[in-house]
Write a protein that binds this ligand. Structure first.
Ligand code: ADP
Ligand code: MG
Length: 394
């Protein structure tokens, strides 16, 4: 199930744990990052998303303590933290900030009535931090597994995802949707998941077993602005619902509005609310269409839908940026690329492309050069299959 690289990382983290704490860990937990193939900014509109877990993950090696102290070392930051489960507060020291996600999960589980146990732990991840591949969700889900397993209970994965979302919203203070935590907790190897973010159910959609690769490219442009813009988009979507409700009284979210209904009533919406709603409503339709196309092996259509998704995010939702557009353009210029789009919240982060296997060397060779010429930045490429969701390895 694990890739060779991940198996090596498991051995590394166990050794690291032993060096620091003097004994073998009793548990190793793993939670992957994710890439969203299509369905962007639909999850907080009760809509559909089509992500896959990636072959990059956060690993935690841990052992039980008899008290209520959490002792942690983060290999990515080369820093340790120490806090009591009886006094769950935000880390104030800059050097300790990384531990807020861990504290957030402990706080949320405690709030659910779970009696947590102290632990010694080492955490190490290879999901790039802050690149939009959701290292945060991977961290939260891994911590959720850690604390629940250490307390001797096993959470249902949908509940784990909901609690991780709650932790990010209420303790960390980022108003996220459910997609990232859900796919990290429930991902299926070799499959993308078509997730209905209203019912919290999914349909697994197998990815082609050969002939086509998922290529992620990081703009290496750190996302600025995201939070305030994100909140603005959310409230624009709410405004669209409240206006459209006059004509379509049964709707509670943009998910309930069909493309035909939108065309009938769009003139009632002021700009930019109209454009924002158009993106969400057409993106839901594209996501359902892409799941269908993928299951039929129609990769040409998948690529076309991804291209359309990017244009909609760029023009109607206005969450792209020069770097994302340049990288998408560079990818599309390579023969054998079916489609390319920004993935994640936008304003930086990564793109995702569907690439014919034989075109991958060309992509690797030319896309970073084209991107560098256009922006002066280096793109990092990441090749991945769809990985299994979170779990306990030891
Ligand atoms: P992303 O786009 O990767 O989700 P975020 O800013 O949302 O970026 O989340 C990054 C945060 O998640 C980090 O600042 C850190 O607090 C936490 N995190 C992620 N991976 C790790 C890790 N391997 N070790 C410690 N903390 C991590
Ligand atoms: Mg995040």
């Amino acid at each position: 199930m694990l890739t060779d690289a991940e198996m090596n990382r498991v051995e590394d983290i166990k050794a690291r744990f032993k060096t620091i704490y003097g004994s073998d860990p009793a548990m190793v937990l793993r939670a992957p990052g994710r890439v969203n193939l299509i369905g962007e900014h639909t999850d907080y509109n009760d809509g559909f998303v089509l992500p896959a877990a990636i072959e990059r993950s956060v690993l935690i090696a841990a052992s039980h303590r008899s008290d209520r102290i959490v002792n942690g070392f983060a290999a990515n930051y080369n820093r340790s933290t120490n806090f009591s489960l009886d006094k769950l507060e935000h880390a104030t020291e800059t050097s300790d900030r990384w531990s807020n996600y861990m504290r957030a999960m402990a706080w949320t589980l405690t709030g659910e009535g779970m009696r947590l146990q102290g632990v010694n732990l080492v955490v190490a991840g290879d999901v790039p931090l802050g690149s939009g591949l959701s290292s945060s969700a991977a961290m939260l889900v891994a911590c959720g597994l850690l604390f629940s397993e250490a307390a001797g209970s096993r959470l249902d994965p949908v509940r784990l995802a909901l609690l991780a979302q709650k932790a990010e919203r209420e303790f960390v203070g980022v108003n996220v949707g459910i997609m990232d935590q859900y796919i990290s907790a429930l991902g299926k190897q070799h499959n993308a998941l078509l997730i209905d973010t209203r019912s919290l159910t999914y349909k697994a959609v197998p990815l082609p077993s050969q002939g086509v690769s998922i290529v992620i490219a990081d703009t290496n442009k750190r996302r600025g602005l995201v939070e305030s813009e994100y909140n603005t988009r959310r409230s624009e979507c709410e405004q669209a619902v409240s206006i459209l409700k006059r004509f379509l009284p049964s709707i509670t979210a943009l998910r309930d509005v069909s493309v035909e209904e939108f065309k009938q009533y769009e003139q009632e919406l002021p700009e930019p609310v109209r454009s924002r709603a158009r993106h969400v409503i057409t993106e839901d339709a594209r996501t359902l269409q892409m799941a269908d196309a993928l299951s039929k092996g129609d990769i040409e259509l998948c690529g076309k839908l991804m291209n359309e998704s990017h244009e909609s995010l760029r023009q109607d939702y206005a969450v792209s940026c020069k770097e994302l557009d340049s990288l998408v353009e560079a990818a599309r210029s390579i023969p054998g690329v079916y489609g390319a789009r920004m993935t994640g919240a936008g304003f930086g982060g990564c793109t995702v492309s569907l690439v014919a296997d034989e075109a991958v060397p060309d992509f690797e060779e030319r896309v970073p050069k084209l991107y560098k010429n256009a922006t002066g930045l280096d793109a990092s490429l990441l090749f991945t299959g769809a990985a299994e969701g979170a779990g306990r390895l030891l």
